[in-house]
Write a protein that binds this ligand. Structure first.
Ligand SMILES: Cc1cc2nc3c(=O)[nH]c(=O)nc-3n(C[C@H](O)[C@H](O)[C@H](O)COP(=O)(O)O)c2cc1C
Length: 280
């Protein structure tokens, strides 16, 4: 067991993850697309933000608790959706949802999660949000929205900045695909990760849980891969956001906004909140 009291910063967790997680999944989390310039800038830009120091102000009883989209939170931070979390660690999305619940912040489940909406709902707290990738298969999207509603998700997070998949060089080199390529290099690397193998052997959740068994014609990992690659919809537009909002009927957060003009259009389309970010 890891002594969590000795984990003092994200860098400690990164080092631990690099040691324990098979390279193809570790690299998936710790890399960006193309030159990875945006990925580096995302970190560097945050380092430029400094806090002003005021003194001699009564600090007693201070609190970070507030609300986000009308929901109480212990601090104004939410766990962002990350695809394949259940491949970083067995049942990773369930573990993350439980941690978020214990801490009192929202957890956002990715469309491309390993654990399904239904599985995570049993462990998540009141701040359980679902992130929607808009696929060409609108039938599937409708069912996904209905499943998130039935699971009691408190917000739908619609990702708008992945109409076309980025070219991610490490993923190509590592053979990260569905199913993963069993190259000799991958098998040798896997042999150095016994804790990960034990964890994965002990869970039935090793597929994309929101998709597998919910799409007609998708029965195994290889036709799931082909389906997914073809599904991200390049025609996605604000009319779709309005349509999704109506079908959902609850709070909508749009994700991937980078331009003031898009922020205005998002509000006009009925968004309750915006996530200013990019996929890097
Ligand atoms: C490994 C990884 C997987 C991600 N998967 C998703 C996803 O499934 N859906 C999504 O909307 N965003 C996804 N993102 C984007 C993040 O939610 C977030 O917007 C992005 O990482 C920027 O925030 P950051 O600077 O705090 O990392 C992913 C990011 C990473 C690093």
């Amino acid at each position: 067991m890891t002594d969590l009291s000795k984990i003092t910063c994200i860098e400690d967790l990164r080092v631990l993850a690099k040691r324990r997680v098979p390279r193809m999944f570790y690299d998936y989390a710790d890399s960006g697309s193309w030159t990875e310039g945006t990925y580096r800038a995302n970190e560097a830009d945050f380092q430029k933000i400094l806090l002003r120091q005021r003194v001699a102000i009564n600090m007693e009883g201070r609190s970070t608790a507030t609300t986000m989209i009308g929901q109480p939170v212990s601090m104004p931070v939410a766990l962002a959706p990350t695809g394949l979390t259940g491949m970083q660690h067995a049942d990773g999305e369930i573990a993350a949802a439980r941690a978020a619940k214990a801490f009192g912040v929202p957890f956002t489940l990715s469309t491309m999660s390993i654990c399904s909406i239904e599985d995570v709902a049993q462990h998540a707290g009141p701040g359980f949000w679902f992130q929607l990738y808009v696929m060409r298969d609108r039938d599937f999207i409708e069912r996904l929205i209905d499943r998130a509603k039935a699971a009691g998700c408190g917000a739908l997070v619609i990702t708008l900045d992945l109409q076309i998949l980025g070219q991610r060089h490490k993923d190509i080199k590592n053979g990260l695909s569905t199913p993963p390529k069993p190259t000799l290099a991958n098998l040798i690397n896997l042999a150095t990760k016994p804790r990960w193998i034990m964890g994965m052997a002990g869970t039935p959740r090793r597929q994309f849980g929101n998709i597998h068994g919910h799409v007609k014609g998708v029965t195994d990992m290889s036709n799931l891969g082909a389906w997914t690659a073809d599904q991200f919809d390049p025609r996605l537009n604000w009319g779709d956001v309005e349509w999704i909002k109506n079908r959902w009927g609850g709070k909508v957060i749009v994700k991937g906004i980078m331009e003031p003009e898009d922020a205005r259009l998002a509000v006009d389309s009925g968004a309750d909140a915006l996530i200013v970010s990019n996929h890097g």
